[in-house]
Write a protein that binds this ligand. Structure first.
Ligand code: SAH
Ligand code: SF4
Length: 402
């Protein structure tokens, strides 16, 4: 059974009538100080207020300047006159029979609130030992991997760092992860041995994170910062379909765990399944993986491999996979294909997946088969999509007043 809640839209602060105020969510500390200096705070005060704001926004989860009790009333008012601490609007929240939650979030364009809002999906997957939030980086995707539902949605736009963080902050609030927060009534969400529901973040929602590099980088650095959300970079994974030139910078500048959507071990097949392969073929991709900064047995790369019946699931494919990855500290994640309306693919049989996993295991690789989660609410890998469509250029310009 799944339930869908329709939550109150009216209370959202980022309404079209407040276009002049700028959001502070997603600004790095130096940019936050700059924004505060821009409204007349001197250097010393800007620095102090930036630290206080950071703590209120990311640690306490506060969205209203009035609640920032260690900031004088007059300053709180000035901040509220100039800035927003906005969050996405929740269009719907669905809970799967297996406890997976999916939110449809709505954002307005921060640059131009007159443009129609965009919608994206974010998923929370509770497990025994961890709670993973699957975060989106783009509305739609420019890439067209043939087995992926998101790939059928043309890219509408990149999300900003604030919108990427907004998903995390809103999920933390709904799951009761802030210090003064309320856990959901169904409870039982905090994994054993942990203090909060969200222990891990994966950039595996809608979009290709390395095609929105700057915003993803800003957001993930903020998610790691100690006096805020404070998630270790080992608990954050960025998944890419293989944007080779951005892989090294991601390791060096963001430092999170890397996952590669491999899905095929021969160029001819990968060209069809993951078309970015035509631009960055397997040889270049595998070399970028070998060169990934910080790679070691303790920090392995995860290779995702979707199991498609009679397409990429033979014993020969499994053996070639092992050969291709030899020498790379790797985990292989076998993902049973999740169907979506209109797809021509089928999932491999359980027996086939087991045989494939066995070959990979015998070669010394951990190869867990990812249990599909939230299929009943269309929250599983590759099933995410929203209704937002790209406007025609003419309409966009008219709305933007160009
Ligand atoms: N764009 C990035 C992030 C998305 S991650 C990337 O491609 O890596 C989502 C993961 O689910 C990717 O490994 C993707 O290839 C995989 N996936 C896509 N469609 C799927 C489907 N229908 N069933 C199972 N996995 C799928
Ligand atoms: Fe985009 Fe990733 Fe889906 Fe490919 S698998 S279409 S890169 S979201």
């Amino acid at each position: 059974m799944s339930i869908a809640l329709d939550l109150d839209h009216a209370s959202h602060p980022a309404r079209a009538s407040a276009p002049a105020r700028r959001s502070l969510v997603g600004l790095s500390k130096p940019k936050l100080r700059e924004a505060l200096a821009g409204i007349g705070l001197d250097e010393r005060e800007a620095k102090m207020r930036a630290s206080q704001l950071w703590n209120w926004v990311y640690f306490h989860g506060v969205t209203d300047f009035e609640r920032m009790t260690n900031i004088q009333k007059g300053v709180r008012q000035t901040l509220a006159d100039h800035f927003l601490l906005d969050r996405p609007e929740i269009v719907s929240e669905q809970v799967s029979i297996d406890g997976t939650r999916k939110w449809l979030f709505r954002f307005r364009d921060p640059q131009n609130p007159r443009l129609p809002p965009v919608e994206i999906e974010t998923v929370y997957i509770p497990e025994e030992d961890r709670g993973t939030l699957c975060v989106s980086s783009q509305v739609g995707c420019t890439l067209t991997c043939s087995f992926c539902h998101t790939g059928t949605q043309t890219l509408v736009r990149n999300l900003t760092a604030g919108e990427i963080l907004g998903q995390i902050l809103m999920a933390r609030e709904r799951l009761g992860d802030f210090p003064a927060g309320q856990r959901p009534a169904d409870g039982g969400l905090v994994p054993s041995g942990e203090t909060r529901a969200i222990t891990n973040i994966v950039m595996m929602g809608m979009g290709e994170p390395l095609y929105n590099y700057d915003s993803v980088k800003d957001a993930l650095l903020i998610a790691q910062a100690e006096d805020g959300i404070s998630l270790s970079k080992r608990r954050i994974t960025l998944s890419t379909s293989g944007v080779v030139p951005q892989i090294e910078p991601a390791g060096r500048e963001i430092g999170v765990m890397l996952a590669i959507s491999l899905h095929a071990v021969r160029d001819d097949l990968r060209d069809m399944l993951v078309p970015i392969n035509r631009k960055y073929p397997l040889k270049a991709l595998i070399q970028a993986c070998r060169d990934y900064p910080g790679l070691s047995n303790a920090r392995r790369i995860t290779f995702e491999y979707v199991m498609l019946r009679d397409i990429n699931d033979s014993d020969a494919d499994a053996r070639e996979l092992v050969r291709l990855l030899s020498g790379i500290p790797a985990k292989i994640n076998l993902i049973p294909f999740n169907p979506w309306p209109g797809t021509n693919y089928d999932c491999s049989s359980s027996a086939r997946i087991e045989k494939f996993a066995d070959i990979v295991n015998r070669a010394g690789y951990a190869s867990p088969v990812r249990t599909p989660r939230g299929r009943d609410i269309f929250a599983a890998c590759g099933q995410l999509k929203s209704e937002t469509e790209r406007l025609r250029k003419k309409d966009r310009e008219a709305l933007a007043g160009v």
